[in-house]
Design a binder for this molecule. Sequence first.
Ligand code: NAP
Length: 314
Amino acid sequence: MNKKIYDVVIIGAGPAGLSAGIYAARAKMDILILEKERTGGQIVTTEEIANYPGAVEDETGPSLISRMVNQVKSFGAEIVSEGITSVDFSNNIKVINGEKNVYKAKSVIIATGAKPRLLGVPGEKELTGRGVSYCATCDGDFFTDLEIFAIGGGDTALEEAMFLTKFARKVTVVHRRDKFRAAKSIVEKASKNEKIEFLMSKVVNEIIGEGVVEGIVFKDTVTEELTTYMADEEDMTFGVFVFVGYVPQTEVFKGHVELDASGYIPTDDTMRTNVPGVYAAGDIRPKSLRQVVTAVSDGAIAAVESEKYIEENA
Ligand code: NAP
């Protein structure tokens, strides 16, 4: 067992976790950042970052994250790629059980973010990676000159639909209501894109295919009528990109820190959870705007507050 006790262990290396890391490492705290999948979290699947203040021209999620990672490392922070299996926050020294090691810390910042919500319809799981995708940046290229259905009516669905028109010959945005949730400006921009069509008041009922996506069944949310769309004979397949929101990645913290009814971790405005010494930052908090700019702000506050907590409780 690793006997070291860190000042702070940051769980998650998205914008919130990296920002917390920058502030904590710069304050000369002894820190560790744990990341289970890829550094950067959700944002690395985003092709265009236009609204982050100071973003360079043609900024992408990966380019912004890579600069954040270099910055946090330049202050001496360590990033370890390891998932966590359980936690024990019941004592002053918090215990984080990783897949390989056990980590101990005086304080913890939870910045595990959120993952894409699934549609939960027949065929979705079986055909994921075979035509069903949750990441336009990762998989858009596979649908060059083919058709794509982009499911969802929020900012993500419309922005990613526009990005997908770089590859597909046509992108149909499918939304379950007759009004979009996305910002007006984004809807207007998408409406001007000649490759985009809208299919309103429809949900996906089933995705059909043997090996790859071959068809999709829609249900009208008003009339309940079912319609089936099959792939063009020449194409044989098409893409189904699902952008119907996110779910917080807080499963492992259940019972160790308070969660709200939707699984998010409530905090006060200093990012404190209900457990002394445990902070939460970024998309796992209940909030009105989930953006890089709000995530990095949370991370900075959590780091500064955890430093104060350690000083007061030393
Ligand atoms: P979101 O705002 O939660 O929108 C999810 C969309 O999916 C909604 O239109 C919702 O329909 C629909 N939906 C949910 N479950 C569904 C289901 N089972 N079947 C069909 N449709 C379903 O999620 P998001 O678009 O990913 O955005 C997340 C956050 O990031 C938001 O705060 C957003 O503003 C932000 N964001 C901002 C930008 C930007 O500013 N450039 C870009 C991307 C994301 P209803 O509308 O009927 O609920």
